[in-house]
Design a protein around this ligand. Structure first.
Ligand code: ATP
Length: 300
């Protein structure tokens, strides 16, 4: 009997190890897929930061494929601790901006000495990629959950933070009560093979993850999926709270999210066609005002 137990116990350990390596492999593949695009400059040093920085896009051109330029020379600043929102039709290039800031790709015109993105004056293509990514938290449209416990999923990115920190982040992201009411609580398995979370719950997990990471720069890619309006308002409030004192880029699909932004950029076909604060843009009676009127009519 004893002989039987030992191999079974060993198999249990082996199973956990294989499962862990599969998760790590998944992470590695998804990172490698992106990292093939860019490499650290020789002798690159880490980004130097002291609190929320200013982010600057300077004449940024970008094409995924040489024959088709997606961004045609964009310039804007996100001042330290402020939120800039980007709105515009599907395909106008909003998520591409976020991908460039996270340095999944380099700008297409940097070879000519143009097309820079800087963080406190430091060109993100000149400092180490890992230091740029450490400084940025992303709440994506659709959060990937690992096949593991909800606690693992919240701690993902900073596992050493520990349970108490996960609880505090979940509390701030308004998902603690939900987790603690589950029969298995923090040990509930989620992901493909576990409990399926709704779009809103997944976004709250992403917000909790980002709060735990506590980066000085945040990117929010608002979900397009229709959440019910009570949920939507709650998530917006959580995002606003999370972005306080951070330098934030918000890609917004619902204009109600951007009313308080320091600046709103209206993107069309890779160009900024209007920019300003909400009230000024509504008063101007242009593209933004038309989008606002349409959404108001849809919501009421
Ligand atoms: P949405 O509001 O629908 O999310 P978006 O404004 O965020 O759209 P982007 O995702 O930035 O738009 O895409 C801008 C353009 O770039 C689109 O025309 C898209 O087809 C193209 N594009 C996006 N990703 C790639 C890619 N990996 N390879 C080639 N073209 C791409």
């Amino acid at each position: 009997m004893i002989q039987l137990y030992i191999p079974l116990g060993f198999l249990g350990v082996l199973y956990r190890e294989i499962k862990q390596s599969l998760t790590d492999l998944e992470k590695m593949f998804s990172l490698l897929e992106k990292e093939r695009e860019v490499a650290d400059a020789p002798g690159a040093k880490p980004l130097v930061l002291d609190g929320p920085p200013t982010v600057r896009f300077e004449n940024v051109h970008f094409s995924y494929e040489p024959a088709r330029e997606i961004l045609h020379g964009l310039s804007f600043d996100i001042p330290a601790g402020k939120t800039v929102a980007v709105v515009g039709p599907s395909g106008s290039g909003k998520s591409t901006l976020a991908r460039l800031l996270y340095r999944f790709y380099d700008t297409s015109n940097r070879a000519n000495g143009e097309g820079r993105i800087t963080i406190n004056g430091q060109d993100i293509a000149e400092v180490t990629q890992s230091s740029v990514r450490e400084a940025i938290g992303i709440v994506p449209q659709d959060t990937v959950l690992f096949n593991d416990t909800i606690e693992y999923n919240i701690l993902y990115g900073r596992p050493e933070a520990g349970h108490e920190a996960a609880v505090a982040a979940a509390e701030a992201a308004h998902i603690r009560g939900f987790i603690e009411r589950l029969p298995q609580g923090w040990r509930t398995m989620v992901g493909e093979r576990g409990l399926k979370l709704s779009g809103g719950e997944k976004q709250r997990v992403a917000i909790a993850r980002t709060l735990l990471k506590n980066p000085p720069i945040m990117i929010f890619d608002e979900a397009t999926s229709a959440l019910d309006s009570a949920n939507e308002r709650a998530i917006q409030a959580e995002l606003r709270q999370a972005a306080r004192h951070k330098t934030a880029l918000v890609i917004a699909h619902r204009l109600s999210t951007v009313v308080d932004a320091h600046e709103i950029l209206v993107l069309e076909n890779g160009r900024i066609v209007e920019r300003g604060r909400h009230a000024d843009l509504v008063a101007r009676g242009g593209a933004y005002a038309r989008m606002w009127a349409l959404q108001q009519a849809g919501n009421d």
